[in-house]
Ligand binder design. Structure first.
Ligand code: DUC
Ligand code: ZN
Ligand code: ZN
Length: 479
C-alpha cells in the first residue's frame, strides 16, 4: 500500500516545514514539495494539519498479571487504542515473578504480544538475582534486541529489587551496553507506612497516597542515580511524579551524569484530591503508583519537561476495571495499582502543553516520540518523519475538538482518568507501517500486524564508559 500525505506541515523534533510525504512498502520514501501520488496511492489531504512521527509510549503494561489479577487491556486492544490516539509504538515490560527464569518470562510475553496491531518492544524487569539472571541478560541483549532492564524499588515481598539486585544488574547492564531503568519508591518505607495507616483505621483509597509520600520517591530516585554514578552507567527513571525525584535528576544532570527522566500524562494533569472522592470506585480507579500528587508537584513536572530535565512522556497504561479494583474495598493495599491513558497521552499533552505555550510543536514531538526513540536506540527508524524511517506517522488536526470519555474511547477499561476533559487538537489519521489504520474516528487494524522491534545495545558509547571505569581502577600501595 502506498500513501501520499499532501499539503501538510511536517513537524519533526528539529524543524517544521511544508512538505508532502510518500509512504511505500512500510517506509517513508519521499518528503518534499509538490510530490505526485504513486499509482493507486491513498491520498490524505493534510491541509492545515501537522504531519508528525507517530507517538512512542515507552511505558505500558498490557495484560499484566499483577496483584492477584490481570490487566484488562490486552496487546490487541491496547495497541488499537494507542493507534486511535496517534501512538504507533509501545515499549511494554516483561516482568518475571520472583525466581522465574528470565527467558521463560520473555517468551511468554512475546507470545502474548503476537496479537498486537502496532509495533512494540520490551524492557525486561530484573526481580531477583543469580548466575542464570546474569547470563540471560546477556542472551537478551545479544540475541533478542533488549537494551533496557527495569527495576522496581517498591512492591516488597513481590517484585521489589533491593540494593544488591540493583548493583548487580546495573553493573551487568553496563557490561552489555544496556540501560537500567527504575521505578523509584522506597519499598521498605511504603510497606511500613501502609501498615501503620491501616492499623490506624485508614482502610480506603485515601491511604494510598499517604503511604507513598514524595520523599519515598525522591530517596529512591537519588539512590538509584547514585548507584548508577558509582558504576558509571546511564540510568532512566520512569514515571517521576514529584519535585523530589525531579530534583535528584536535575542535580545529577547538572553534574554531567547521564540520567534520563520520564513523566506520565496523568502525573502532569490529575491531582491527588481524587483519592478523597466519596465514591470508592472513582477513588480506586485512580490508584496507581507512584500516586497522583498535588499541583505543586504538577507545576514542577511541567517545568522539568520544559527545561529538558525530563525527556519522555508515557502513560504506565495498566488497566483494571471496577470489579478488579473492588479487591481492595476494605484495604487500600489490595487495590490493583494501575490506570490507563495510552489513547489520550498525545492529545492531552498537545492541549495542555502546546495550546498553552508550555511546549513548542517540535518539543511536543521530542517528548512524545523522538526522545524515547533516541534514548532506547531505535532512532531514526522511529521518532522521525524522514526518508528511510518506518512509516509510522500521525496527521494532527490542531482545530479538532473532543471531550474525552470512556463512552467513546477505545480503551478496555471502565474508567478514563481524563474523563470529561475538553481538548483541542487530536489525530485525524494514524499511519502504521505505511498503512492507514485510523482515519476520522474509525480504526482499521489487523490483529497480529504489529512487529517486535529489536533495540540494539549502546555500542560503541558504552565501550568508552567501560574504559573510563577501568581507568579509575585503584592502585594498591606496595608495603
Ligand atoms: N505502577 C502501577 O500503578 N501499575 C503497574 C506497575 C506500577 O509500577
Ligand atoms: Zn512503576
Ligand atoms: Zn509501570
Amino acid at each position: 500500500m502506498s500513501v501520499l500525505i499532501k499539503g501538510g506541515t511536517v513537524v519533526n523534533a528539529e524543524q517544521s516545514l511544508r512538505a508532502d510525504v510518500i509512504c511505500d512498502g512500510g517506509l517513508i520514501t519521499a518528503v518534499g514539495t509538490d510530490l505526485d501520488a504513486p499509482s493507486g496511492a491513498t491520498v490524505i489531504d493534510a491541509g492545515g494539519q501537522y504531519v508528525m512521527p507517530g507517538g512512542i509510549d515507552p511505558h505500558t503494561h498490557m495484560q499484566l498479571p499483577f496483584m492477584g489479577t490481570v490487566a484488562s487491556e490486552d496487546f490487541e486492544s491496547g495497541t488499537s487504542a494507542g493507534l486511535a490516539g496517534g501512538t504507533t509504538m509501545i515499549i511494554d515490560f516483561v516482568i518475571p515473578g520472583p525466581q522465574q527464569n528470565l527467558m521463560e518470562a520473555y517468551k511468554q510475553w512475546r507470545e502474548w504480544a503476537e496479537k498486537s496491531v502496532s509495533d512494540y518492544s520490551f524492557h525486561v524487569a530484573i526481580t531477583w538475582w543469580d548466575d542464570s539472571v546474569h547470563d540471560d541478560m546477556g542472551t537478551l541483549v545479544r540475541d533478542h534486541g533488549v537494551n533496557s532492564f527495569k527495576h522496581f524499588m517498591a512492591y516488597k515481598g513481590a517484585i521489589m529489587a533491593d540494593d544488591e539486585i540493583l548493583v548487580n544488574s546495573f553493573a551487568r547492564s553496563l557490561e552489555l551496553g544496556a540501560i537500567p531503568t527504575v521505578h523509584a519508591e522506597n519499598g521498605e518505607l511504603v510497606f511500613r507506612l501502609q501498615k501503620e495507616l491501616f492499623e490506624k483505621g485508614i482502610t480506603g483509597p485515601e491511604g494510598h497516597p499517604l503511604s507513598r509520600p514524595p520523599e519515598c520517591e525522591g530517596e529512591a530516585a537519588n539512590r538509584a542515580i547514585r548507584i548508577a554514578e558509582v558504576l558509571k552507567v546511564p540510568v532512566y527513571i520512569v514515571h517521576n511524579s514529584c519535585r523530589q525525584s525531579l530534583e535528584a535528576i536535575t542535580r545529577a544532570r547538572n553534574e554531567g551524569q547521564r540520567v534520563f527522566g520520564e513523566v506520565l500524562a496523568g502525573h502532569l494533569l490529575v491531582d491527588d484530591s481524587i483519592y478523597r472522592h466519596k465514591d470508592f470506585d472513582v477513588a480506586a480507579a485512580h490508584v496507581m503508583s507512584p500516586p497522583f500528587r498535588s499541583s505543586e508537584h504538577q507545576d514542577a513536572l511541567w517545568k522539568g519537561l520544559q527545561s529538558g530535565n525530563l525527556q519522555t512522556t508515557a502513560t504506565d497504561h495498566c488497566c483494571f476495571c471496577a470489579d478488579q479494583k473492588a479487591a481492595g474495598k476494605d484495604d487500600f493495599r489490595l487495590i490493583p495499582n494501575g490506570t490507563g491513558g495510552v489513547e489520550n497521552r498525545m492529545e492531552v499533552l498537545w492541549h495542555h502543553g502546546v495550546n498553552t505555550g508550555k511546549l513548542t510543536m517540535n518539543e511536543f514531538v521530542k517528548v512524545t516520540s523522538t526522545n524515547a526513540a533516541q534514548i532506547f536506540n531505535i532512532y531514526p527508524r522511529k521518532g522521525s518523519v524522514a526518508v528511510g524511517a518506518d512509516a509510522d506517522i500521525v496527521v494532527w488536526d490542531p482545530e479538532a475538538t473532543k471531550t474525552i470519555s470512556t463512552k467513546t474511547d477505545h480503551q478496555k477499561v471502565d474508567y478514563n482518568i481524563f474523563e470529561g476533559m475538553e481538548i483541542t487538537g487530536c489525530p485525524s489519521h494514524t499511519i502504521s507501517q505505511g498503512n492507514v489504520v485510523y482515519a476520522n474516528g474509525k480504526l482499521d487494524v489487523e490483529r497480529g500486524a504489529g512487529r517486535y522491534i529489536d533495540r540494539p545495545p549502546f555500542a560503541p558509547f558504552y565501550d568508552a564508559l567501560q574504559k573510563q571505569a577501568q581507568l579509575a581502577e585503584p592502585v594498591a600501595v606496595k608495603r
